[in-house]
Write a protein that binds this ligand. Structure first.
Ligand code: NBP
Length: 477
């Protein structure tokens, strides 16, 4: 017998993915650099399906039916290149390598181009959902040549998460690095969602005076409404958890320095290159960085803050409702920014990415899964050329209804000295987009003054320069 699919790299993600394929009836060849993991997997989970354990790369490749489908689940970066270098010479034209790691999309583009020369189909596939998702159904974002999806697609559809309407959370996202790009933006949006939730928590705690247990209850209530999502659900769990050793709320015994692995940072770096304002995502990445500057924070604790009284218990409930509005409005903005970045990549790399489809495959399996994504899908389905999510009438109306509360929450935060970079950046983005006039006109004037960079006029075509050092008359540039 031969295997329909192979998985090499059997740490948590790879072994769970291999088990997921096996549980869905596929014969799976399994391989790991150090064979101990391979044997451990088959010993512990061999009864779940048909596995073929391979000790060497050659055995692994031989175990696969042709054309071969080989999933690589190793540490992203150098290890992925090492594995490709090891396996590519053993493969034949028409075979397929699927990289399920968190690769940078530029690496995926490079690898795809190199392997295409050899006739090997290289599919960079973003996989979200952590270890639980890998086992029971992740959201999968495969890129690579479209033809790869003919044989790979049905298998991925089988092992993927299913949205509430039963549709699989996987689609061929677009060519070469498009899948990993979309996975990267998914993670950027995830950072923003988490930051906004964090700000909501801190406001409920420091401004409204609620305890973590009470805030957990508030989040549970929110989770029955339009904020219904995996992240809100687990936030309630984390906040309700009590530390066994001290009896204190768990959230109070954890060091408040957030870590990151890099995909959020990439989202911002690429957005800077593409010229896309993803301010909400950027603030989320910076907030994690700031939290980690322990010495700087220690040195700054004595800085002056405002002296505002917290809210009374009577005011707290209404304030919590306002925070829900602020969170929802800010969330719309961060998704708007993330989708703008994907849209910009479509133009930059000539990728035919269906934005509505992207929203639809994030509805299940992944970390940002939420009822909300159904609405984003509907917005793009109704108008595929939507210039921005904020141009969708439903979202625009919801923000219109939320904006007074959103502003009040940021005022309250400012008055009490509670940092809300995510809420505030989202509101500033919204206000900048709807502004009749921006100070960019002044910026252009300054640039023309010191650097003769020229400007355009509102009333005439062409580029102009004012002779600032002379008689200040205007010349056509
Ligand atoms: P790790 O990222 O911890 O990688 C460990 C695996 O890489 C082991 O199988 C290890 O083999 C193998 N490996 C390394 Br390290 N260097 C190698 C080399 N030079 N040649 C061959 N194999 C090598 O595993 P993970 O947490 O399961 O994640 C796998 C991929 O999935 C990563 O790219 C990750 O970013 C991505 N991902 C992870 C999650 C998650 O929630 N953890 C979610 C989504 C995506 P060894 O056993 O011989 O050392």
């Amino acid at each position: 017998t031969s295997a329909q699919i192979g998985v090499t790299g059997l740490a948590v993600m790879g072994s769970n993915l291999a088990r997921n394929f096996a549980r869905n009836g596929y014969t799976v060849a399994v391989h790991n650099r150090s064979a101990a993991k391979t044997h451990a997997l088959v010993e512990e989970h061999g009864h779940e399906g048909d596995f073929i354990a391979a000790e060497t790369a050659k055995e692994f490749v031989q175990a696969l039916e042709r054309p071969r489908r080989l999933v690589v689940m190793v540490k992203a970066g150098g290890p992925t290149d090492a594995v490709i270098e090891e396996f590519a010479p053993l493969l034949e034209p028409g075979d397929m390598i699927i990289d399920g790691g968190n690769a940078h999309f530029a690496d995926t583009r490079r690898r795809e181009a190199a392997l295409r020369e050899q006739g090997i189909l290289f599919v960079g596939a973003g996989i979200s959902g952590g270890e639980e998702g890998a086992l029971n159904g992740p959201s999968i974002m495969p890129g690579g040549p479209a033809e790869s999806y003919d044989s790979l697609g049905p298998m991925l559809e089988k092992i993927s998460a299913k949205a509430a309407d039963g549709s699989p959370c996987v689609t061929h996202v677009g060519p070469d690095g498009a899948g990993h790009f979309v996975k990267m933006v998914h993670n950027g949006i995830e950072y923003a969602d988490m930051q906004l939730i964090g700000e909501a928590y801190q406001l409920l705690r420091d401004v409204a005076g609620y305890s973590p247990a009470q805030i957990a209850e508030i989040f549970r209530t929110w989770n029955t409404g339009r904020l219904d999502s995996y992240l809100i659900e687990i936030t309630a769990e984390v906040l309700a958890h009590v530390d066994a050793a001290t009896g204190k709320p768990f959230v109070d015994v954890v060091v408040d320095q957030a870590e990151q692995k890099g995909t959020g940072r990439w989202t911002v770096q690429i957005a800077l290159d593409l010229g896309v304002p993803v301010s909400g995502i950027a603030e989320a990445v910076f907030a994690r960085s700031l939290s980690g500057h322990a010495a700087l924070r220690d040195a700054s604790r004595s800085l002056a803050g405002p002296k505002a009284a917290p809210l009374s218990a009577a005011e707290a409930g209404a304030f919590a409702d306002r925070v829900e509005q602020a969170l929802y409005a800010s969330k719309i903005v961060s998704y708007t920014q993330g989708f703008h970045e994907i849209d910009a990549a479509r133009g930059e790399y000539d990728w035919d990415i269906d934005l509505g489809k992207v929203a639809s495959i994030w509805r299940g399996g992944c970390i940002i899964r939420a009822a909300f994504l159904d609405r984003i899908r509907a917005a793009y389905d109704a108008r595929p050329d939507l210039p921005s999510l904020l141009s969708d009438e439903t979202f625009a109306q919801e923000i219109a209804a939320a904006q007074d509360d959103w502003r009040e929450v940021i005022v309250a935060a400012t008055r009490q000295g509670v940092p809300t970079p995510g809420f505030a950046a989202a509101l500033a983005y919204y206000d900048a987009l709807r502004a009749e006039r921006l100070p960019a006109a002044l910026t252009q004037g300054q640039r023309d003054f010191f650097g003769a960079h020229t400007y355009r006029r509102v009333d005439r075509e062409g580029s102009f320069h004012t002779l600032w050092g002379g008689d200040r008359s205007e010349v056509e540039a």
